[in-house]
Design a protein around this ligand. Structure first.
Ligand code: 5GP
Length: 204
């Protein structure tokens, strides 16, 4: 596998992850978002192969049995997973990759990858604001929305296990902060991987 960086980004539903990520993908070159498989029904405006690979449960289970997934989890009653193929295809292109996955998936990736990925947790400024955003989005019925809110409290318990925490109060600020984390990590790793660089101050 190539030496591209892997960024694991987790956030409770309604934290504004999609909006923040969109801005980050636009402003950071050389970065790709891994497209997950899910058994969730597509929302209006979502396209197969773009937002997710929409898959039925039988096909998803076949993929699990074949060992196709680097990680997978049941989230809010649906199954989601990152295929090894999706990740390796992007890394082979020399890209750094964002895995936008839940806390269970993040744990699996951390246990499996030889080089630990960079972990970032995005939180909304408050639970009340998160609920307001989820309701404004209007993509879930009341039952699904309640489940997402209940799961959010659960997910927030593992915030401390992540290396970076970004509060999404204003989208532009959160996107700038996430982009800064990516650039900082690139500088760190590139320097490590390319061996000791000639000192800039040597003057020879
Ligand atoms: P949504 O249905 O709102 O698109 O996503 C619901 C949750 O599933 C989010 O927390 C999202 O991060 C998570 N998720 C999306 N793709 C994956 C994946 O491939 N693996 C895991 N473990 N979680 C995922």
């Amino acid at each position: 596998m190539s030496s591209g960086l892997i960024f694991v980004l987790s956030a409770p539903s309604g934290a504004g992850k999609g909006t923040v990520l969109k801005q980050v993908m636009e402003r950071v070159p050389g970065l790709a978002l891994s497209i997950s498989h899910t058994t969730r029904a597509s929302r209006s405006g979502e396209a197969d192969g773009v937002h997710y690979h929409f898959t039925d449960r039988d096909e998803f289970r076949t993929m699990i049995a074949r060992g196709d997934f680097l990680e997978w989890a049941e989230v809010h009653g649906n199954m989601y997973g990152t295929s090894r193929w999706a990740l390796e295809t992007l890394l082979a292109q020399g890209l750094d990759v964002v895995l936008e996955i839940d806390v269970q998936g993040a744990g699996q990736v951390l246990r499996k990858m030889p080089a630990p990925p960079v972990t970032v947790f995005l939180i909304p400024p408050s639970l009340a604001e998160m609920e307001r955003r989820l309701r404004a989005r209007a993509t879930e019925n009341e039952g699904a929305l309640s489940l997402r809110l209940a799961n959010a409290e659960q997910e927030m318990r593992v915030v401390a296990d992540y290396e970076y925490l970004v509060v999404n109060d204003r989208v532009e600020d959160a996107a700038r902060q996430l982009a800064a984390i990516i650039y900082a990590e690139r500088a760190k790793h590139r320097r490590l991987l390319s061996g000791a660089p000639a000192p800039l101050w040597s003057g020879r």
